[in-house]
Design a protein around this ligand. Structure first.
Ligand SMILES: Cc1ncc(COP(=O)(O)O)c(C=O)c1O
Length: 385
């Protein structure tokens, strides 16, 4: 299916709504039946019918169809946040007594789900260095049911070999989930490498304007229907019709935004690499990066994230650099129009959130601004160190 078709047409039945180019927001929680027979049918086939918006809603369905197609999946189900999607996907794969193998340092709240929540329900988790397929294999036990991936990973942008992990999972009768938010569905399609379920925080690139929250799980029709009838309907973290409409609008410009972000990020990384105050840039799209070849093989392009290690002996120098930036906002999240930094040392404030990564690391997200405008800002901030 053509990318342009998916983004501009798929799922949109314009003849049903006055040929309007933008789809309607069907802001209704409830859908009526004309007869008892009609209602019985809907009750039996709720996964495919419009009955109640905690199940299906027509505006949300348009978005789900587009996301499934973008990921090369049979089906998708949308949630009110990325964590809603991550939690439902994980819970759908395990029961008490099971074990999960997860990559080291996943996104903070995914880690919280796996480390703090699941043990309460009798599910154990082992976190391993996902760069090394041997480590993943060694961690598998007879009761391992799930391998959870994030490629690239949060903060250090390490990759997992998706084909190799999918093969190991199949041999060991485990399912696989990947958080594909960092790459976006345009730059990596894990299902094509054999991964079972793909989750996204749509809050990031899909929305693209830092003004809406959502998530999605993509997979086979059978698995998505199972999640729909189980975790989705039961936990109720649904996407609202208005938010789905904003995500459909975000998708219209996703290819141009991703191209712009990719090109600007390369310019910014190139600038930083030659700067004497820069120790290292963690970015798998550099030919010198140990996983460059893997990045080329399983990703189509880089996105806007990388981590900078500053040559700084003291935390105050890093703070000064961060505080001096005028055009990079200091914030969590990423994927919007605005460039951002997240100093790792910000996590040191709380024991619960504290990262084991060094204080001289600053995560960057490069947005849609002009590259020279961003580089000038970096230059003056590096000078203050
Ligand atoms: C990699 C990753 N996955 C999932 C999430 C959670 O998404 P949301 O904030 O939409 O719940 C985030 C949020 O920052 C993230 O960075």
């Amino acid at each position: 299916m053509d990318l342009s078709y998916i983004i501009n047409q798929l799922g949109e039945e314009r003849e049903q709504y006055f040929e309007s180019v933008a789809p309607p927001i069907i802001q209704s929680s409830n859908f009526a039946s004309k007869t008892v027979a009609d209602m019985r049918y809907k009750m039996k086939h709720e996964v495919d019918e419009y009955m109640y918006t905690r199940g299906n809603n027509p505006t949300v369905s348009i978005f789900e169809k587009k996301m499934a197609a973008l990921e090369g999946a049979e089906h998708a189900v949308a949630f009110g946040s990325g964590m809603g999607a991550v939690a439902a996907a994980v819970l759908s794969q395990v029961k008490a007594g099971d074990h999960i193998v997860c990559v080291k340092r996943p996104y903070t709240w995914t880690k919280n789900l796996l480390r703090r929540f699941l043990p309460r329900f009798g599910v154990e988790v082992t976190m391993v260095d996902g760069k090394n397929i041997g480590r993943i294999e060694e961690a598998i036990r007879p009761n391992t049911r799930l391998i959870y991936l994030e490629s690239p990973t949060s903060f250090t942008f390490e990759l997992q070999d998706l084909t190799a992990v999918a093969a190991v999972a199949k041999e060991n009768n485990c399912s696989t989930i990947i958080d594909n938010s960092f790459a976006s569905p345009l730059h990596q399609n894990p299902i094509s490498f054999g991964i079972d379920l793909v989750v996204h925080s749509c809050t990031k690139y899909i929305g693209g304007h830092s003004d809406v929250m959502g998530g999605v799980v993509c997979g086979s029709r059978e698995q998505i229907n199972q999640i729909f009838k189980g975790e989705f309907m039961t936990l109720g973290a649904v996407m609202s019709p208005h938010d789905a409409w904003l995500f459909i609008r975000g998708l219209r410009t996703l290819p141009v935004r991703m191209d712009r972000v990719a090109a600007t990020t390369r310019r910014v990384v190139d600038y930083l690499l030659q700067h004497p105050k820069v120790e290292q840039v963690l970015f798998p799209f550099l030919p010198t990066h140990p996983q460059y070849e893997l990045a080329q093989r399983q990703m189509r392009n880089n996105s806007g994230q990388f981590t900078l290690l500053l040559k700084a002996a003291r935390m105050e120098q890093v703070d000064r650099f961060c505080d001096s930036l005028k055009h990079f906002l200091m914030a969590a999240s990423w994927g919007g129009h605005e460039s951002l930094i997240f100093p790792i040392s910000a996590t040191y404030a709380s024991e619960e959130m504290k990262s084991d990564l060094p204080f001289n690391m600053v995560r960057f997200y490069v947005g849609l601004e002009d590259p020279d405008y961003l580089i000038r800002d970096l230059e003056q901030a590096l000078d203050t160190m």
